[in-house]
Structures are given as C-alpha cells and as structure tokens.
Ligand binder design. Structure first.
Ligand code: IDP
Ligand code: MG
Length: 153
C-alpha cells in the first residue's frame, strides 16, 4: 500500500496545557516534526460536547471528573496531517499516565498526574475522523504545504 501522507489526527491542548502556557510548545513540536496544520481554534467546550468526545469512557469512575476538568477552561483544538499522523501523534504525547510517559514526550516533559495530562491525541484513524467531525463541523483548511518534498519520499 502506498504511504498515506494525508493521514489526519485530532490533537487538543487541554485546559491545563492552555493555563500553563504550553500551547506554543506543543504546536512547535508538531510543526517541526513535519506535520501540516489544517485546522485550529480556541474553544471553551460544553460538558455535553465533551461527553460526546469521551463517549467511550462513559461509566468509568473518573468520567465525571474528566468532563469537569475538560470543561474548566478553553482548549486548543487542532488537526494535523502527515504520514502516520495518528500513531506518531500518540508517540509524541506519551503514555496516558505521566508516570509511564517517557521524557521527551509531551506528557513526559510537562505532566505528573493522569487527570492533568496536558494534551489529547486520537488513538485510531477511525476515531480521528470522528473527532475531526465533532470539533470541526465547518471542515478543515486545504492548502499546499511547500515543505512536503523535503519531508516525504
Ligand atoms: P488517552 O488520553 O491517552 O487516549 P484515555 O484512556 O482515552 O487516554 O482517557 C482519556 C483521558 O481520561 C486521559 O487522557 C486522562 O486525562 C483521563 N483519564 C484516563 N484514565 C484516568 C484515571 O484513571 N484517572 C483520572 N483520569 C483519567
Ligand atoms: Mg483516548
């Protein structure tokens, strides 16, 4: 199969990441890795919207606290495109629990607690497409990325 240079992932700086001034650092990591930014907005999401985003986790004991945390302030919603964007995005994030996140990852560099872990990233291509639709019903922005020939074979 031809490599999919146009795979997309949904990345979100969580309210703690915004409050702690980490938005620029997180964006810079995705930019310098070679991904193309195709959507971005600052949004203070409602609990109802966040319950849709985290629908798979409904019923977990931490679910109410997770929704409260995520609705406590604005988040930065983004879509990044590039080769293996979903898997590479997850590896840039690090493990869900910062106790296990390697130094050099976003969570491994900036977080200590699983309930304050700074950043979200889609865990599968299918979920990425669902999350992109949920957060960007208006669609993403298409444009030519002039660096592509230097990033992809
Ligand atoms: P992920 O964000 O790495 O994909 P998920 O299992 O999808 O991890 O969980 C979503 C989010 O819920 C986590 O990023 C974290 O903020 C929160 N979370 C997961 N497990 C726990 C927990 O045991 N206690 C508190 N919060 C949790
Ligand atoms: Mg998840």
């Amino acid at each position: 199969m031809a490599p999919n240079n146009a795979e997309r992932t949904y990345i979100m700086v969580k309210p703690d990441g915004v409050q702690r001034g980490l938005v620029g650092n997180i964006i810079a990591r995705f930019e310098s890795r070679g991904f193309k930014l195709i959507a971005l907005k600052l949004v203070h999401a409602t609990p109802e919207h966040l319950e849709l985003h985290y629908a798979d986790l409904k019923g977990k004991p931490f679910f109410p606290g997770l929704i409260k945390y995520m609705a406590s302030g604005p988040v930065v919603a983004m879509v990044w495109e590039g080769l293996d964007a979903v898997k590479t995005g997850r590896s840039m994030l690090g493990a869900t629990n910062p106790l296990a996140s390697a130094p050099g990852t976003i969570r491994g560099d900036f977080a200590l607690a699983v309930g304050r872990n700074i950043c979200h990233g889609s865990d599968s291509v299918e979920n990425a497409e669902k999350e992109i639709k949920l957060w960007f019903p208006e669609g993403v922005v298409q444009y030519e990325h002039n660096q592509a020939a230097w990033i992809f074979e």
